[in-house]
Design a protein around this ligand. Structure first.
Ligand code: PMP
Length: 426
């Protein structure tokens, strides 16, 4: 049973590998926005930003099976699927970003993006924001300081990382409509404080255009473009980490940076790209890619393999054919409005964050102090599981209920989640 398997997991896994829930159900199957456990209990999957199209999509099953039967091999061979996928990504990216690297994960994509920034500029320092998560590899971990993911993240930082404040207009130092300008003024002062030598060492900046592990809090208007202007004026390049955000989840926009009216030099993608198959990409300019190529070669054995690439292509086809970005907009807007409705009756809801199907419900002990209600968030998630909803806490204080369901979620399933949350909070 699930408990016995959990004991075997604990015995065989190296420690520190978290799972959801004190007593997690043993999941056996997935279908669209649903998960089904070994006792045939059905859950609405409220957090799955990996299975963007939904679970077990028949088109992906078919694409994978067909390609496996034909060929799967390392990416140094010449075959059609990786080229076709790279072309599609270049079409989806802003003009001028048409050099694609295919990798296996978000962390790898971020590491590669950092290396591109270093080689393109010949410099060594990176600006990264507090409260962000970018991955677990040495490079991506160095720019990750989300305390929800690693409570000791601030204890030591490699000296090539320059941390800037999380520009949170609700909880942070500057609040309200003018917060963006105030955070940018802080950044100016920080850059000034680096001195001429420090500024000349700046290779670039990495930011998520909406902070995912911060709970989906929208950046203040104009902030991202302001950061990009400053970094470029100093000769650095701008990395947008779209691993969680991109690929239509926001509804109105395919990419997160569009929401901020800013255009990066390097984009990282993963999660949604393979709908669960390990697949990621870095998309950049030919110029930045050429500087990297001058330093040596790049090769990832399974990155963009025939099977991964065929799945990646099928993901893009299904996204378009099923209108899932539009579904994210429509269901997302109704979902957010319903959650805001709950906030009028439940004082423990401090704010509802996000856009499209990238939502967060921030639980607080009281609205005036905005103190995070971490224990409540944990208890709410456990109770939601009993009701049939998989929802997880995120953020530095783990007090934001993360709602990032597959983009195929129906309005009815979204109402089900809202109804369960209403009952649980009551
Ligand atoms: N960047 C962001 C914004 C992420 O959310 C994540 C994963 N949560 C990563 C990078 C790392 O991706 P992966 O787990 O595929 O290595």
């Amino acid at each position: 049973d699930a408990d016995a398997l959990l004991a075997r997991r604990d015995a065989s896994f190296a420690p520190v590998q978290e799972h959801y829930y004190a007593r997690p159900p043993q999941i056996e199957r997935g279908w669209r926005e649903h998960l089904i456990d070994t006792t045939a209990q059905v859950y609405v999957d409220g957090v799955n930003n990996v299975a963007t199209l939904g679970h077990s999509h028949p088109r992906l099953v078919e694409a994978a099976a067909r390609q496996w039967a034909l060929l799967n091999t390392n990416s140094r061979f010449h075959y059609a699927a990786a080229t076709e996928l790279s072309e599609r990504l270049a079409e989806l990216a802003p003009a001028g970003l048409d050099a694609v690297f295919l990798v296996n994960s978000g962390s790898e994509a971020v590491d590669l993006a950092l290396r591109l920034a270093f080689t393109a500029t010949g410099r060594s320092r990176i600006l990264a924001a507090r409260e962000a998560y970018h991955g677990w590899t040495i490079g991506s971990d160095a720019v990750s300081t989300s305390l929800g993911d690693n409570p000791r993240a601030l204890e030591s930082r490699p000296d090539w990382v320059e941390l800037i404040e999380a520009p949170n207009p609700l909880r942070g130092r500057h609040r309200g409509p003018d917060a963006g300008a105030a955070y940018l003024a802080d950044l100016d002062a920080q850059l000034e404080g680096l001195g001429a030598e420090g500024r000349a060492a700046l290779a670039g900046v990495i930011l998520e255009p909406i902070f995912g592990n911060g709970g989906g809090v929208l950046l203040p208007d104009g902030y991202l473009a302001g950061v990009y202007d400053r970094v470029r004026a100093l000769g650095g390049v701008c990395i947008a980490d779209e691993v969680q955000l991109g690929y239509g989840r926001l509804g109105r926009h395919f990419w997160g940076f569009e929401q901020q009216g800013a255009v990066p030099d390097i984009i990282t993608v993963a999660k949604a790209m393979g709908n669960g198959q390990p697949l990621g990409a870095v998309i950049t300019t030919q110029e930045i890619a050429a500087a990297f190529a001058a330093e040596g070669s790049f090769f990832s054995s399974a990155g963009g393999s025939p099977v991964s690439s065929r799945i990646g292509l099928a993901v893009l086809d299904v996204l378009r054919e099923e209108g899932l970005q539009e579904n994210a907009r429509l269901v997302g807007e109704a979902f957010k409005a319903a959650l805001e409705g709950l906030a009028t009756r439940h004082p423990s809801i401090g704010a509802v964050h996000g856009l499209g199907l990238y939502l967060g419900v921030e639980l607080v002990t009281d609205r005036a102090s905005f103190e995070p209600a971490t224990r409540l968030a944990d208890a709410v998630c456990e109770a939601l599981l009993e009701e049939g909803c998989v929802v997880q806490p995120t953020g530095d204080h783990k007090n934001v209920l993360k709602l990032k369901p597959p983009l195929c979620i129906t309005a009815e399933s979204a109402r089900f989640v809202t109804g369960c949350l209403d009952r649980v909070l009551t």
